[in-house]
Design a protein around this ligand. Structure first.
Ligand code: BGC
Length: 730
């Protein structure tokens, strides 16, 4: 049992307003220290310094979890930082304890809503052990961080002397909420140099980092005593080339620092922004040096496991935008966006993107922690939150709540992770039980509030929820989640007979009420995609023809968050991979490459985020860093490069290679680092003809089936190269 459970949560008596407090303890090491471990947690984000040295690399510790019942603590080996006299300082910011809603300005967190808890365990050479814990003997001071929150930014005044001491009280919080660290630490993962200084038509001084990132700017504060310097953040310049922040809604994303006359480097402590551009306010021209500004990229310290490359510049950029979108939104939890007054763990977005995310990075710890929070925040009746952790209320939407089942399944598939099935089993079953309460008839999910095919293009500009019947989507997702629960239940030896009996009833309800009804809201691209991808139709040719006709009639996709992830897979399955590639290679609105053409460096929330004249969609909901439509990334891995796991032998024990080359790409290559080792698949057209060279690597302990030219070839581990004629896809 960690000594942190011997410590007390402490906070100061006085209300310090928005100023971030620092809790301090002086500790004398009067014997030789063999090992010292500091265990820490906080209500709010904390930063620890011992003798003015920052402890650990965890940015925004202790992380965001379902705080009502789960609060991570961290252990740090601090032996090397200790001297005879030691000053332990723990600064605290509100962190994820304060959220914004687009429609209301929430009062700033009262100071009695933050607290810290810590225990320093010191083992001396003489085998004695001393434990110093947080209690009312600690001091509290005001820091020079006058204000800090994730949305509005941070305000620091270097002229402030932090002398005044404030009395500390112990807070009787239930320590049972403390849990050992589960997730990945969020860390500074990359540093980008400032690239260009722009003076906008309205005379603003703007720095362009050329890449949209999530994190913060580290910069040199000039030595003009008492002067206040400000940085504002934006994703894009408007069509006239001026700084554009309207789509941030009520999030100010502003950093303000008052100089004390000493040039010094500064970066935010408890705030982050989503940005490509920064505007400088209060700087003299000679105080602006590009080399003094760096963009620090902060995200969860996951191991990169997937790499994709191809010979088509825009497709390559699309892939990079997908990866940057994941970096920008996998900051401790999977957020919808990192810049505006939202930044919530939207479940629907996470489930549609999960398969792609798992190709790109080792998300096992990241998603395991998040799924534990999903279960912790699940309502009594089994409803899964629309956002996890519960920063906002509301739950129970089809395709959003189904993250409870789909994310564990994707983890099982890629990692052969049966533990996550065991751990999430009760949550999955409670979700299915919740759905049953929303059915007017057995198997027909036709009640409740649903987001629908979010941001599809088939219902006109204003209707974000799309045109597809929401109970069609709900019943389809009910069938999907039930089918996955049956599969996962069998893997871990659960009795799934109830669901094996329920599944055909759901399919029957789908066919009776939503299939081939001729009603427009049942005949959208997404409706046909779901019927085909989830095998709900009893006549695949019919739905396939309708889907192809719907696409060829308008010449583009219209699908939203629900239909888009499956669209290209379905077109491939129905033998129209040519149409799939046509949609992928299209670069006019609406399409994946349209945003690339318009200068995107991450994925956009909307297909129509920016118009051809570079004016923007409604600022009410227009993020330029939303990964949901980046779900196409898994088709780049599984079809363009041709690597996918086999659900019968998960974790890439058995690998399926099914590359579908396209001459317009010239070549494609993917590498995936799996629990079994590295898998490589690449193809390249040789010369003018259709001769295509294909090579692949299978790690030890795995074997593979190659589907090529309607033939099947079995391979054991090793590296192989072969050639075949692959006709132009037209
Ligand atoms: C979020 C989306 C989410 C949607 C659901 C939006 O505000 O940004 O990510 O899926 O709401 O309605």
């Amino acid at each position: 049992m960690s000594n942190i459970f011997k410590a007390e949560f402490i906070r100061q008596y006085e209300d310090l307003g928005t100023v971030c407090p620092v809790f301090r303890k002086i500790y004398w090491a009067d014997k030789i220290v063999r090992k010292a471990t500091l265990s820490v947690s906080a209500l709010g984000f904390y930063e620890v310094h011992i003798n003015n040295q920052r402890i650990g690399k965890f940015i925004f510790a202790p992380g965001w979890t379902s705080y009502r019942t789960r609060l991570q603590y961290q252990n740090y080996n601090v032996t090397k930082y200790l001297e005879e006299c030691n000053t332990i300082d723990i600064a605290v910011g509100v962190g994820r304890r304060r959220h914004k809603r687009p429609d209301e300005e929430l009062p700033f967190l009262k100071s009695d809503e933050i607290a810290v808890i810590a225990a320093l365990t010191v083992e001396y050479e003489d085998d004695t052990v001393e434990v110093i814990t947080t209690d009312k003997s600690w001091e509290c001071m005001k820091s020079n961080i006058l204000f800090s929150d994730i949305y509005d930014g941070e305000k620091v005044d270097f002229t402030v002397e932090c002398e005044d001491k404030f009395t500390v009280k112990e807070v009787p919080l239930d320590k049972k909420i403390l849990i050992a660290m589960e997730g990945e630490e969020t860390r500074e993962m990359a540093r980008l140099d400032a690239v260009e200084l722009i003076t906008t038509p309205t005379g603003e001084k703007v720095i362009d980092f050329k890449q949209e990132v999530t994190g913060y700017v580290e910069w040199v504060v000039p030595a003009r005593k008492g002067n206040t310097y400000k940085l504002q953040h934006a994703e894009f310049l408007d069509k006239d080339g001026n700084f554009y922040t309207e789509n941030l809604r009520s999030a100010k994303c502003e950093i303000e620092v008052t100089s004390n006359g000493v040039e010094q480097t500064y970066k935010p402590h408890f705030s982050f922004q989503g940005f490509r551009y920064i505007k400088l306010i209060g700087f003299n021209d000679d105080e602006i040096k590009l080399e003094n500004f760096s963009a620090i990229v902060v995200f969860s310290d996951m191991k990169r496991t997937g790499f994709f490359a191809c010979g088509h510049e825009d497709i390559q950029q699309l892939y990079e935008n997908i990866v940057w979108g994941q970096r920008g939104n996998f900051l401790d939890i999977p957020t919808d966006c990192p810049q505006r007054d939202e930044r919530m763990g939207w479940t629907g977005d996470a489930q549609v993107f999960a398969r792609t995310a798992i190709y790109n990075y080792d998300t096992r710890k990241f998603f395991r922690k998040w799924l534990h929070d999903l279960a912790a925040d699940q309502e009594e009746n089994g409803a899964v939150g629309n956002v996890v952790p519960a920063g906002w209320q509301g739950g129970g939407s089809a395709a959003w709540g189904d993250a409870a089942v789909i994310v564990p399944y994707q983890m099982y598939l890629a990692y052969n992770d049966t533990r996550i099935i065991e751990e999430q089993w009760e949550s999955m079953i409670n979700w299915l039980k919740f759905i049953e309460t929303e059915c007017s008839e057995k198997g027909r999910w036709d009640k409740g509030g649903h987001f629908g095919d979010w941001l599809s293009l088939d219902a006109g500009y204003e209707a974000a929820g799309g045109f597809t019947d929401k109970s069609l989507i709900a019943t389809a997702m009910y069938a999907y989640s039930t089918s996955l629960v049956i599969k996962m239940g069998k893997v871990v030896g659960k009795d799934v007979s109830y669901y094996e009996e329920m599944y055909p009833a759901i399919v029957e309800q789908y066919r009776k009420n939503y299939l081939n009804t001729g009603k427009e809201e049942h005949e959208t691209q997404t409706a046909n995609v779901l019927a085909l991808y989830l095998n709900l139709t009893d006549n695949r040719e019919r739905e396939a023809e309708k889907l192809i006709k719907l696409i060829e009639e308008c010449g583009h996709l219209k699908t939203g968050f629900v239909g888009t992830p499956y669209l290209l897979h379905v077109l491939q399955d129905i033998g129209r991979v040519d149409l799939a590639y046509k949609l992928l290679l299209k670069d006019t609105f609406p399409s994946w490459l349209y945003s690339v053409k318009m200068g995107a460096t991450t994925m956009w929330e909307r297909w129509d985020g920016m118009k051809e004249d570079r004016s923007f969609a409604t600022p009410e909901m227009n993020s330029f860093n939303h990964y949901a439509f980046g779900a196409v990334g898994d088709w780049l891995y599984s079809t363009v490069a041709g690597i996918r796991p086999d659900e019968n032998e998960p974790g890439y024990k058995h690998i399926i290679f099914e590359p579908i080359p396209n001459k317009e790409l010239g070549y494609a290559k993917a590498r995936i680092l799996t629990p079994n080792g590295e898998i490589i698949s690449s193809w390249e057209y040789k010369g003018e003809g259709n001769l295509c060279e294909f090579s692949f690597t299978i790690p030890d302990g795995s074997y593979a089936t190659l589907y090529l030219d309607n033939e099947e070839y079995e391979f054991v581990s090793g590296t192989y190269t072969t050639e075949f004629n692959y006709p132009e896809i037209s």
